[in-house]
Write a protein of this length. Structure first.
Ligand code: MLT
Length: 322
């Protein structure tokens, strides 16, 4: 099979793919480059940071399988995928563990002024007298988008001694029961904003979530609270967040996802001391990427031996017990 890797994936997986297939790479390439690279490919693998447009898919006339090496599929045009019955497999499980851990790390780092204290002491400033942080234990955690990743964050919060609240787009009794089993109370967005000391955002980017956390929502957040987002750039309005931080209404924020990502972009929040900015590394642990890589190998091997079954739609590769 000819396989196009449009994003960087686990190096061991790339080596194993090369043993059995012809592999071409165009990591994060612009549309014109992808159009040239995808010619003759039967398989396409991608992560975030690259746009799989209708133009790319139209040029990929031999494509039978696409693997999204992670969760979000806001960066692919699914219309041609559905129309042509190309198998589209998402691998949401392994990355979810890593994203949830990073969300928790960000909350701990914010609460203890970790990066600020580190920067100051590297510069010889013994800031101990000014460095009192806050506990997570005993505080309220609000998870916006308590799904695959968000419910993990909520469960980690509950285990840490936090009161965990969560909301989902379509609340049902089943969702409430599942979340309750993980120590999370299902509620609505407004109550989370009003009561949470730490708000962690985990929604996909879609019409209903674009700028969900804008001036209005930020204004409803508890004074002195913290915001963490590992969802997608565009869910949080960064201009409004900057205003909420500058006014002191929010104590701090951590963003792993940004309105503008990629080399050369600088966040409008970069000048603020109480902000942590990471370059969309939520799912980037070698453990998770190796696990995803193993699944990529299986999906591509499966596509070799089993022709496309022409079932349109998104398939999730679910790892039992993940
Ligand atoms: C995901 O949706 O799984 C994450 O954005 C990870 C990634 O693709 O980099």
């Amino acid at each position: 099979m000819k396989v196009l890797l449009a994003s960087s994936i686990d190096p061991g997986t790339v080596a194993r793919l090369r043993e059995a297939h012809e592999v071409v790479t165009a990591f994060g390439a612009p549309e014109a480059e992808l159009i040239a690279a995808v010619e003759g490919c039967q398989a396409l693998v991608f992560r975030s940071g690259v746009e799989i447009t209708a133009g790319v898919l139209d040029a990929a006339t031999d494509l039978t399988v696409i693997v999204r090496a992670g969760s979000g599929y806001d960066n692919i045009d699914l219309e041609p995928v559905r129309r042509r019955g190309i198998r589209f497999i998402r691998v949401p499980g392994p990355g979810a563990k890593a994203v949830a851990e990073l969300a928790f790390a960000q909350m701990l780092a914010l609460a203890r002024n970790l990066f600020w204290a580190d920067r100051e002491w590297r510069a010889g400033n013994w800031v101990k007298p000014m460095a009192n942080g806050r506990l997570l234990t005993g505080k309220t955690l609000g998870v916006v988008g308590a799904g695959n990743i968000g419910s993990r964050v909520g469960a980690m919060g509950a285990a840490w001694g936090m009161r965990a609240l969560g909301c989902v787009e379509h609340p049902t009794e089943t969702a409430a029961r599942r979340l309750a089993e993980r120590g999370i109370e299902l509620t609505d967005l407004d109550r989370i904003l009003a009561e949470a000391d730490f708000v962690s955002i985990h929604t996909p980017l879609q019409a209903s979530t674009r700028n969900l956390i804008g001036a209005d929502a930020l204004g409803k957040m508890k004074p002195g609270s913290y915001l963490v987002t590992l969802a997608r750039g565009g869910v949080v309005d960064e201009g409004a967040l900057r205003a909420a931080l500058e006014s002191g209404h929010l104590a701090g924020a951590a963003l792993d996802v940004h309105e503008r990502e990629g080399n050369g972009n600088v966040s409008p929040l970069a000048g603020l001391p109480n902000v942590i900015l990471t370059p969309h590394i939520g799912a980037s642990t070698s453990d998770s990427q190796a696990e995803i890589g193993q699944i990529i190998l299986e999906c591509i091997q499966d596509a070799v031996t089993r022709p496309p079954d022409l079932v349109p739609g998104v398939e999730d590769f679910v790892v039992i017990g993940a």
